[in-house]
Design a protein around this ligand. Structure first.
Ligand SMILES: [Zn+2]
Length: 298
């Protein structure tokens, strides 16, 4: 998109991309989490010009089905998947969820920036990841009978359905999570939380594991934190997941995350001063990113 509506009280209510680019860097940072699609009012994001020449633009992962700003090719493909999953939800009491990252998620091989890659190898990061099953103790848990074999849901289909207003976010269907040697079952509507609806526990120890999802607005300058486009009161520290993301998805610049859909197992709690909600990524290999290709306009 080349035009956007801005809801920040200090900003103008409407910007064309060239006007937004004329703002100071400080104002861009202040306003970029307050953008919505001018047609359907879906939450929007701003993408800088990329190092390989893609122009700066606005985008949204949340266009309404009748919004003319939802790219027609993408829309057809995404709606087909959404309808297929909606159908599965209508017919199934439970779906098995497996955190398999689709093979086409990684960008084509490109030279990576050493500054981002750091010293740790992907192997070390992935091996050091702990199973988060010990956090999964709540009234909603049940251990699942392994003799039945429901449909398997993958993170790309799950995220697509969540981002585009499919039935999953409010579904009563149980999602069976396979973690370590155990399976855990949650009602989809209790498991899946958009960043804007995140409810923080008093502290890390009391936080319950949920599946958090939304859109990445931007990272901080050091690429240590993600800021969602969905709201401006949540921070997502990357921690060990930073190396895993860089390696898994072939990230060469932190700007490539702008506008990416994201889904991960996490814990939400207040920061020390109770001024900001922290959503901590629980395991680096239980995170899925839907990156925008350079040709993709959303
Ligand atoms: Zn729209």
């Amino acid at each position: 998109m080349l035009e956007v509506t801005c809801t920040h009280p200090d900003a103008k209510s409407y910007y064309r991309i060239e006007q937004f680019l004329q703002l100071t860097e400080e104002d861009i940072e202040r306003y970029r989490q307050h953008l919505i699609c001018p047609v359907c009012h879906g939450k929007a994001y701003f993408r800088k010009q990329s190092v390989n020449g893609r122009s700066a633009c606005f985008g949204s992962n949340y266009h309404a089905s009748d919004c003319g700003n939802w790219h027609p090719t993408l829309k057809t493909q995404q709606q087909k998947e959404i309808e297929a999953l909606n159908q599965q939800l209508a017919e199934s009491d439970e779906l098995i969820f497996d955190f398999v990252i689709p093979a086409n998620s990684k960008k084509e091989d490109e030279p990576r920036r050493d500054s981002l890659k750091g010293k740790q190898s992907q192997e070390r990061v992935l091996r050091s990841t702990k199973t988060p099953s010990e956090k999964l103790i709540s009234k909603d848990d049940t251990t699942v009978n392994a003799s039945r074999r429901p449909e398997v849901l993958t993170p790309d289909k799950m995220l697509n359905n969540l981002l585009h207003g499919g039935e999953l976010a409010k579904s009563e269907t149980r999602i069976v999570l396979k973690l370590g040697n155990k399976d855990y079952s949650y009602k989809a509507k209790n498991l899946l939380v958009n960043f804007a609806s995140a409810e923080p526990a008093k502290n890390f120890e009391e936080a319950k594991l949920k599946m958090y999802w939304g859109t990445v607005s931007h990272t901080d300058k050091d690429f240590e934190w993600l800021n969602p486009a969905d709201c401006d009161d949540v921070g997502i520290p990357l921690g060990k997941a930073k190396e895993a993301i860089i390696n898994q998805y072939g990230i060469t610049s932190r700007d490539e995350l702008e506008g990416a859909g994201i889904l991960f197992l996490g814990l939400c709690f207040w920061n020390k001063d109770k001024t900001r909600k922290i959503v901590k990524i629980q395991a680096a290999d239980k995170l899925y990113l839907s990156l925008l290709g350079d040709g993709r306009v959303n």
